[in-house]
Write a protein that binds this ligand. Structure first.
Ligand code: ATP
Length: 621
């Protein structure tokens, strides 16, 4: 037996390998399976050019077996195997990849790319094993070799026998420690899950003996028996032809992948053959994930490189406003870093992300046009996210998102797009009007909306917290400005105020403002009220609805809207107020407080002092 040391720099590298390159120990299995798949691929490629080699697909497979008692786990393949020299070169020198060399020598460029390229994956075995044994017999040779290593100190090679060509890697799994349960790698269920997670789309069968609960022959009793099964799906659905796939295939894949328990509302299957080639299947869920609108939710698409899973949630592939999209992306063109946990070039990712975003937008616009009912269902679930998308980044994404928005319309009594609103705009209508509140019924009754409706103008009713913030950063839609029904200048012909009232009321309103002790910045005659005596309006950037929202945030509680109390000069209450001002100070104070409280109630704001409010009402009675 020959005992050899790893080359000097390899020792350090091996140490680095074992201890710091990978975040998850479990990926060692992905690496061994990828190597086994590469080894079979190499025969496949040889067979293409060498007519004397026949490649019968059924003869090629990967087999996983384990022995709990002896703590061994084995990954065996019927691939190309290694000569003694190759063993020394490939497993004796870390960071030398026989696979990369093979790829170069054979100029392999087509779709089924060989996975290995860095020459380090194999050593990840030492993260979970004390000892690694490789028994290999190269294709076309009778000789077989056994390579063995317990890590840094070196390895041995000796001749052995093996019935078939191919390679078997046997790991002596470490004992459990306080932090790590190595028994997981000797557990049928867990191993199956790891194969599903990382290697489901390796294109050769991965076989393993699995337990099955079966009825005994000639008896009613049941027993658990071991049956050899192929545990990977092999052909990824995204590589299959769209025409061959049924709705059921897509739905099954969504559910198998646990993207959600629901049935997806819509899916998009992409095969892109541009600067970066990739396939993707994207899903829009039909229900909101329970943690979607919370900090815990993580966006991202599952990323594969040549059928091997690299990242569970690649967040760079989705903008925040489309974070509800689930799915997979698979590309052969990614530059991976050594651990396969990250990508080396943002450019490829950016190109993919851009296209993916375009496609999602296109699909949503399509749905809006072709299947309104479905789109409204989507919007009910994720419309809020689109609106956040506009609000974030100061409206930078406005152009991409504005046509995807829906708001409830006062005249149509249903959700409408901004385009539909503007297409109905009347001559002389200067603005797109909106009113905010807790629900459509309450907004519909808001005194401020009356004059606008009387003019025959449509109003958008906003009930989501983010709505008004989004419209504020949008400012306009195709040149038409948004206007709150509570703003001072509504751009319409205002209610006439009798001559003299303007001057006469000044003094009264000054007094009212004083009595209200800073609660309002102004009291003024209303030019918008018709049948109602009073309402609140606001000035400046923060509206009353926005104040309500900000109040719920810890840092926003101090931010207040500048409120204006508006009194209807044509309502009999105005005369009573005037009378009280002139003759009964106590009554005037009472009216002032009551009118202010009423206006708050109409806006859905809490009464600041409910007891005093109740007492004031009693006084009136
Ligand atoms: N099962 C196997 N059969 C045949 N050759 C193998 C097998 N496993 C490993 N090798 C050889 O050993 C080399 C080193 O393997 P290793 O897993 O360390 O790196 P890699 O697969 O080339 O690259 P990567 O680090 O990107 O996975 C491979 O390139 C291949 O030539």
């Amino acid at each position: 037996m020959e005992k050899k040391e790893f080359q000097a720099e390899s020792k350090q590298l091996l140490d680095l390998m074992i201890n710091s390159i990978y975040t998850h120990k479990e990926i060692f299995l992905r690496e061994l399976i990828s190597n086994a798949s590469d080894a079979i691929d190499k025969i496949y490629y040889k067979a293409i050019t060498d007519k004397s080699i026949s490649f019968n697909k059924d003869d090629y497979y990967i087999q996983i077996s384990f022995d709990k008692e002896n703590r061994t786990l084995s990954v065996k393949d019927t691939g190309i195997g290694m000569t003694k020299e190759e063993l020394e070169n490939n497993l004796g020198v870390i960071a030398r990849s026989g696979s990369l060399q093979f790829k170069k020598e054979n100029e392999i460029k087509d779709g089924y790319d060989i996975i290995g390229q860095f020459g380090v994956g194999f050593y990840s075995s030492f993260m979970v094993a004390d000892k690694v044994t490789v028994i290999t017999r190269p294709f076309g040779s009778d000789k077989a070799w056994e390579w063995e290593s317990e890590g840094i100190e070196g390895y041995t090679i000796e001749e052995t026998t093996k019935d078939e060509y191919g390679t078997e890697v046997i790991l002596k799994i470490k004992e459990n420690t306080e932090d790590e349960n190595y028994d997981d790698y000797l557990d049928e269920y867990n191993l199956m899950n790891l194969v599903k997670k990382y290697s489901d789309f390796i294109r050769y069968p991965i076989k393993m003996e699995v337990s099955e609960y079966k009825k005994k022959e000639d008896s009613d009793e049941y027993e658990t028996v071991k049956v050899e099964k192929t545990i990977n799906s092999m052909v990824p659905i995204w590589r299959r032809n769209k025409n061959e796939l049924t709705d059921e295939d897509y739905i099954n894949f969504y559910q198998e992948k646990r993207f959600g328990f629901d049935k997806p509302l819509k899916w998009i299957h992409l095969s892109i053959d541009g600067a970066v080639r990739y396939n993707a299947i994207l899903y829009i869920p039909s229900t909101v994930p329970y943690d979607y609108y919370s900090r815990e939710y993580e966006k991202g698409l599952e990323l594969y490189s040549s059928g091997v899973m690299i990242m569970e949630k690649c967040k760079e592939l989705l903008p925040d406003y489309f974070s509800f999209v689930k799915g997979v992306v698979d590309s052969e063109d990614l530059s991976l870093n050594i651990s396969r946990e990250m990508l080396q070039h943002d450019r490829q990712l950016r190109l993919m992300a851009k296209k993916i975003e375009e496609k999602i937008r296109e699909e949503l616009l399509n749905m809006l046009k072709e299947d309104r009912e479905k789109y409204e269902e989507f919007f009910k679930n994720f419309g809020k996210q689109l609106k956040y998308g506009i609000y974030q980044e100061f409206g930078m994404n406005k152009d991409k998102l504005e046509d995807l928005l829906l708001f409830y319309s006062s005249s149509e009594k249903k959700l409408v797009t901004l385009d539909e609103y503007t297409s109905r705009i009347k001559e002389g209508q200067e603005y797109i009007y909106y009113a905010s509140g807790d629900n459509y019924d309450l907004i519909d009754k808001l005194p401020q909306t009356e004059i606008i409706k009387d003019n025959g103008y449509e109003i958008l009713y906003l009930i989501d917290e983010v709505d008004e913030f989004a419209l504020k950063v949008m400012r306009d839609y195709k040149g038409k400005e948004f206007k709150s029904v509570s703003s001072e200048d509504l751009g319409i012909e205002e209610e006439k105020v009798e001559e003299g009232k303007e001057t006469e009321s000044k003094e009264i309103f000054e007094k009212m403002k004083e009595l209200l002790q800073g609660k309002v910045s102004k009291v003024r005659l209303s030019k918008r009220l018709k049948n109602h005596p009073v309402c609140l309006a606001s000035e400046g950037e923060i509206s009353i609805e926005m104040e309500k929202v900000l109040k719920q945030m810890p840092e926003g509680s101090m931010i207040k809207a500048e409120k204006i109390l508006e009194i209807n000069p044509n309502h009999q209450i105005y005369e009573k107020l005037k009378n009280a001002y002139e003759h009964d100070e106590e009554k005037f104070k009472l009216y002032t407080n009551l009118l202010y409280d009423q206006a708050r109630l109409i806006e859905g704001l809490p009464i600041e002092d409910p007891i005093e409010f109740a007492n004031n009402i009693s006084k009136l009675m």
